[in-house]
Ligand binder design. Structure first.
Ligand SMILES: C[S@@+](CC[C@H](N)C(=O)[O-])C[C@H]1O[C@@H](n2cnc3c(N)ncnc32)[C@H](O)[C@@H]1O
Length: 278
C-alpha cells in the first residue's frame, strides 16, 4: 500500500512516520505496517496539540529531547488495547475443565497456583481468569495471577477495576451479581469485587526486556499480543515462555495466532491452546 500524505491540521510526512514506527518497534517489538499511517496520525495528533507543537517533525524532535516525559505517552498512544471479559470463552472453559482438575492433582502438596496474563490491557483478561479460578478451586488454595502490560494507562484502569456498564452487558446476571458491585463514585460504572483484586498483581513489563520473575508459572495467557510482533520475536518470546513454565504446563494465545513452525517446545492441545512438551 502506498502511503498518502494528506493536508491536515498538523503536517505528518512519511519520514515522520518512519522515525516514529522505528522507535516503537525498537522499544516494544510492535511492527507498524504502512496501513497504520492514519492511525498514528489520529492517536498522536492529540499529543502534538497538547504540547503546542506545530507539526510531527517537531513532535519527533520533542520525543528525542524529552524521552523521560514523553516516551511513555507515545507508547501509551500507539498500543492497541482491545479486550473484553471472557474474550475467547473456550480458553476459560478449558481452564475450568482440563487445567484446574489436573492442577488440583499435580499441585496438591503445595496448594499453590501461579498464572501470568502477559499483555493484560485494561484487566478484563486477568479478572476473567480470577473468576474462573475462584469459582472452581477450593478456598484454601493459594492462587496468584501476575498481570502485566507495557501501557501504563491501561494498567491503571486494570488495577482500579472500574468499568462502564457497556463493558459488562454480555456477562450473565449470575456473574455480575457474584463478582461486581455498583461503583460508589460513578453511577454508570461497576467495580470488580476486592476478592478478585486480592489475587492479582498488576505490573508494568515490556515483553522485549528482561523479566524479573523467577518462579515458574502453571499457566501463561499471552493472547492477541504476538500478532503485533515479527516471526523472530514471536519465536524468541515462545521460547522464553517455555522456560518460565512448569513442566507440561499451558500457554494460551490469541484467536489469529499460532506457534506452528515458530516454536517446537509446545504441542497444540485445543484451539490456540498449547502445552509444553517436557
Ligand atoms: C490487543 S491487547 C490484548 C489484551 C488481552 N490479552 C486480550 O486478549 O484480550 C494487546 C496488549 O499487548 C500490550 N503489548 C504490546 N506490546 C507489548 C510489549 N512489548 N510488552 C508488553 N505488553 C505489550 C498492549 O499494550 C496491549 O494492551
Amino acid at each position: 500500500m502506498a502511503i498518502v500524505e494528506k493536508e491536515r491540521e498538523f503536517k505528518f510526512t512519511v519520514d515522520d512516520f518512519n522515525v516514529l514506527r522505528k522507535l516503537s518497534n525498537t522499544y516494544s517489538g510492535i511492527q507498524v505496517p504502512d496501513e497504520r499511517f492514519d492511525m498514528f496520525y489520529s492517536r498522536l495528533s492529540k499529543r502534538v496539540r497538547k504540547l503546542g507543537l506545530r507539526d510531527f517533525k517537531e513532535y519527533c524532535q520533542y520525543l528525542n529531547n524529552h524521552p523521560d516525559d514523553e516516551f511513555t505517552e507515545f507508547i501509551n498512544a500507539i498500543t492497541t488495547n482491545l479486550t473484553s471479559f471472557f474474550r475467547e470463552q473456550h480458553h476459560f472453559d478449558y481452564l475450568r475443565d482440563v487445567v484446574i482438575p489436573e492442577l488440583l492433582m499435580r499441585n496438591k502438596a503445595t496448594k499453590q497456583i501461579r498464572i501470568w496474563s502477559a499483555g493484560c490491557s485494561t484487566g478484563e483478561e486477568p479478572y476473567s481468569i480470577a473468576m474462573t479460578m475462584l469459582e472452581n478451586m477450593p478456598a484454601d488454595w493459594d492462587i496468584k495471577i501476575l498481570a502485566t502490560d507495557l501501557d501504563t494507562n491501561v494498567l491503571q484502569t486494570a488495577s482500579d477495576g472500574i468499568y462502564t456498564q457497556d463493558r459488562v452487558t454480555d456477562l450473565s446476571p449470575d456473574i455480575l451479581k457474584r463478582w461486581f458491585m455498583k461503583s460508589k463514585s460513578s453511577p454508570n460504572h461497576v467495580k470488580v469485587k476486592s476478592e478478585l483484586q486480592q489475587i492479582i498483581q498488576f505490573k508494568q513489563l515490556n515483553l522485549m526486556q528482561e523479566w524479573p520473575m523467577k518462579t515458574p508459572f502453571d499457566v501463561i495467557f499471552c493472547r492477541n499480543v504476538l500478532i503485533y510482533f515479527d516471526r523472530e520475536t514471536k519465536a524468541t518470546l515462545a521460547k522464553r515462555y517455555a522456560k518460565l513454565l512448569v513442566s507440561k504446563s499451558w500457554l494460551f494465545i490469541g484467536h489469529s495466532e499460532s506457534l506452528n513452525q515458530i516454536c517446537n517446545e509446545f504441542e497444540l492441545v485445543a484451539t490456540t491452546s498449547y502445552r509444553k512438551n517436557t
